[in-house]
Write a protein that binds this ligand. Structure first.
Ligand code: ADP
Ligand code: ZN
Length: 432
C-alpha cells in the first residue's frame, strides 16, 4: 500500500483532470503575480483558459536555469517575502546560487512528497534513519528529514562528512536506513572496511540515494558492499528538492509525483516534445507550488518516460534512471560522451575499484580524454607489468564500446578524493 493511495493510485483519467485543473490555476497564479511570466504569456497570447487539456502544456513557454539566475534572488517569486516560510538554494558551482523559496503550504506538500518516496522504499515508523545528506541550504538534508519525520521514524540528522562518526553511530544506534548521495554511500562503505566494521552485519537494510547520477553498476556495488537494498530518488532545487521522483519495489524507473509535477521529454535541440520511450531532456512543470511554481522548466537531465501499469499499483508515470545531465555531456572530437557510460564500463572490470575521474584537455586541435581509475589492491601491488596490462585492457574495453580512445591511468587504491556529497567525475581543462 502506498503512503497516499488517493493520489498515488488515482485512475489515470482522474489524475489528468486533476493535473489540468492545477495547471490552469498555476498559469493564472503566475500570470497575476510574476511579471516575467506575464510578459512571456502575453507575448505568446496564452492565458489559463487556452489550456484545455494536459497536452496543451506545449503552448506554454519554457523556463531555463539562466532565467533563475537573471531573476536572482526573488524575481520569480509569486508571493510577497512575508509569505515565505523557507528559502533553500542550490550549490551553484559558478556564480550566484539558484533560490528555492517555499510558502508554508509548499513545505507541507514537499514533506508529503518525500514521505511517499521513503515509504515506497519500505521505510516505516520503526526505522532508525541516518540522514547523511548535507543539512543547510541544500534541499537534501532538510527535505528528507521532514519526510522521515512525517512517517514517524527516529531521524538521526548526521548531515554529511565525519565519516568515521557516521559509522560509529550507525553501529551504536542500530541504524536501519541510510540517506545520502550514492557516492557518499560508497565512501562510507569503504571507510567501514578500513575500520574493520562489516556493514553487512549491521541492522542497516535500506539506502535511499540520489542528488547525482549513478549507474546500475554503481548500485550493485553499493548493495553488495553494504548488504542493503538501494533505492534511487530524484529532485532539484528549482522545483522544490527531493521528492519529485522515486523508485518503488519494481525498480524499473522512478515514479514522478504527477499530482505535483507534469513531466515532458523534449528534444534538446528542437524543443519538440518526444513520445514516451524516447530519450531526451526532461521538462517539469510544478502545478501545486505557490512561492515559485515554474512552467516547463528545462532540467537538463536526460531520461525517458516509461508509461504503463506498474506492478506496485502506483499510476504515476515513471522516468528511466537519469542517464546524465546535458551540462555534463562531454564532446570529444565530435563524439558525445556521458560520464555514466564510462562508469558502467569501468564497473564491469573486476580489477578496479568504483572510483574514477575523467580528465579532458586539448592537445593542439584535438581533445584528449584520460581516465584515472583506482586499481584493486592486489592488482596495484602486482607491479608495473600487471598495471600496464590492466590499463591496456580497460582502454580496449572503452574504445570497443564507446569508440573513443582513452588514456587510462590505473592509480593506487584510495588515491582519488572521496566524495561526501556530489562526486566530481570530470575535470575539463579545455579552454572555454
Ligand atoms: P545542483 O544543480 O547545484 O546540483 P541540486 O542539488 O538542485 O543542485 O541538484 C539537482 C540535480 O541533481 C538534478 O537536476 C540532477 O542533475 C541531479 N540529480 C538529482 N537526483 C538525481 C538522481 N537520482 N540521478 C541522477 N541525477 C540526479
Ligand atoms: Zn511502481
Amino acid at each position: 500500500m502506498p503512503w497516499d493511495d488517493k493520489f498515488e493510485c488515482m485512475p489515470v483519467d482522474e489524475l489528468q483532470r486533476f493535473q489540468l485543473k492545477k495547471l490552469q490555476e498555476t498559469v493564472d497564479w503566475v500570470y497575476e503575480r510574476v511579471p516575467f511570466y506575464r510578459k512571456k504569456l502575453d507575448e505568446l497570447g496564452i492565458r489559463a483558459k487556452d489550456i484545455t487539456s494536459v497536452e496543451d502544456i506545449r503552448k506554454l513557454p519554457f523556463t531555463v536555469k539562466t532565467d533563475l539566475r537573471d531573476n536572482y534572488p526573488f524575481g520569480l517569486c509569486a508571493v510577497p517575502l512575508r509569505d515565505l516560510a523557507r528559502v533553500h538554494a542550490s550549490s551553484g558551482t559558478t556564480g550566484k546560487p539558484i533560490t528555492g523559496p517555499y510558502t508554508a503550504e509548499d513545505v507541507e506538500q514537499w514533506t508529503e512528497c518525500v514521505a511517499r518516496v521513503l515509504w515506497a522504499a519500505g521505510i516505516r515508523s520503526e526505522d532508525i534513519v541516518q540522514n547523511a545528506y548535507g543539512h543547510g541550504l541544500f534541499t537534501g538534508g532538510l527535505g528528507l528529514h521532514q519526510g522521515a519525520s512525517r512517517i514517524g521514524c527516529a531521524v538521526v540528522p548526521t548531515s554529511s562528512g565525519m565519516t568515521e562518526r557516521q559509522i560509529m553511530l550507525m553501529k551504536d544506534f542500530g541504524t536501519t536506513a541510510l540517506l545520502c548521495t550514492p557516492s557518499y554511500a560508497l565512501t562510507i562503505a569503504e571507510r567501514a572496511e578500513d575500520m574493520g566494521v562489516s556493514i553487512r552485519d549491521l541492522p542497516l537494510r535500506v539506502g535511499v540515494f540520489g542528488a547525482e547520477p549513478w549507474t546500475d553498476a554503481m548500485r550493485n556495488e553499493i548493495e553488495e558492499k553494504m548488504g542493503i537494498a538501494a533505492r534511487d530518488i530524484y529532485g532539484l532545487t528549482e522545483l522544490g528538492g527531493p521528492g519529485m521522483g522515486y523508485e518503488c519495489d519494481a525498480r524499473e524507473g522512478l515514479h514522478i509525483n504527477e499530482d505535483h509535477f507534469i513531466v515532458e521529454i523534449v528534444d534538446p535541440e528542437t524543443l519538440e516534445p518526444l513520445p514516451a520511450g524516447e530519450r531526451g531532456e526532461m521538462v517539469l512543470t510544478a502545478i501545486q507550488r505557490r512561492a515559485m511554481p515554474l512552467l516547463r522548466y528545462r532540467t537538463r537531465d536526460i531520461t525517458k518516460i516509461i508509461r504503463g501499469k506498474c506492478s506496485c499499483g502506483c499510476t504515476f508515470a515513471k522516468i528511466d534512471r537519469i542517464f546524465g545531465r546535458s551540462d555534463d555531456m562531454l564532446i570529444i572530437n565530435g563524439a558525445n560522451l556521458f560520464p555514466s557510460q564510462v562508469e558502467s564500463l569501468l564497473m564491469e572490470m573486476e580489477e578496479v575499484e568504483p572510483q574514477y575521474l575523467l580528465m579532458v584537455r586539448k592537445k593542439r586541435h584535438l581533445d584528449e580524454v584520460g581516465v584515472k581509475v583506482e586499481g584493486k589492491k592486489y592488482v596495484y601491488e602486482a607491479g608495473a607489468r600487471k598495471i600496464a596490462e590492466v590499463e591496456k585492457k580497460i582502454g580496449a574495453h572503452l574504445k570497443g564500446l564507446l569508440g573513443i580512445s582513452f588514456g587510462v591511468e590505473l592509480v593506487a587504491p584510495k588515491a582519488l578524493t572521496r566524495s561526501e556529497g556530489k562526486a566530481v567525475r570530470v575535470i575539463d581543462q579545455r579552454p572555454k
